[in-house]
Design a protein around this ligand. Structure first.
Ligand SMILES: [Mg+2]
Length: 180
């Protein structure tokens, strides 16, 4: 059996790109300063890079899966310019109020467990990085190390830290990448 791999599970909005609230147009996709460099550093350190993103805007009818694919194509192409390859991108298109319950919407573990199986990931030595406590809750349920970044909703979310406590807090993805 091949050796298990360590992964960085990355929330997308507010971690890699700027949080704009239901990003629905590839033209409005803007990288957070330093996030491309951060992904490069994390890749160099030997981690798989796996995006895990809730995209309820699809369930709400704000945009289509085709548009989401165009957004992810833009993300993937831009990273490729710097020689960085994402290992996978998972998204949940659901919302319970519109499409009923699902097992993929964070804090559910559907996306992480799918990735674990496909990529042979060692969850306890992997990290979940997000800008919300919902991401942290997800990471904890998966027994990953958890990282709150203070970009996106992160600063607001930091004020609400109660029973769900991230293992680490960093100013942004780059600071995390440099320091682990
Ligand atoms: Mg987010």
């Amino acid at each position: 059996m091949s050796e298990k791999k360590r992964a960085i599970f990355l929330d997308r909005d507010g971690v890699i790109n700027k949080e704009v609230g239901y990003l629905s147009n590839p033209n409005n996709f803007k990288f957070i300063e330093g996030s491309i460099e951060a992904l490069n550093i994390l890749k160099q350190k030997g981690f798989l890079l796996i995006v895990i993103t809730n995209q309820a805007g699809i369930a709400r009818g704000f945009f289509t899966e085709e548009t989401l694919r165009a957004i992810h194509d833009k993300l993937i192409k831009r990273l490729k310019q710097d020689g960085i390859e994402l290992d996978d991108v998972y998204y949940c298109p659901h919302h319970p109020d519109f499409t009923g319950p699902c097992d993929c919407r964070k804090p559910n573990l559907g996306m992480i467990l799918k990735a674990e199986l496909k990529h042979n990931i060692d969850l306890t030595n992997s990290y979940m990085v997000g800008d919300t406590l919902n991401d942290i809750q997800t990471g904890k349920a998966a027994i990953c190390k958890t990282v709150l970044v203070l970009t996106g909703y992160g600063k607001e979310e930091q004020k609400n830290i109660g029973s769900i406590i991230p293992d680490m807090i960093f100013k942004n993805l780059k600071e995390f990448a440099i320091n682990i």
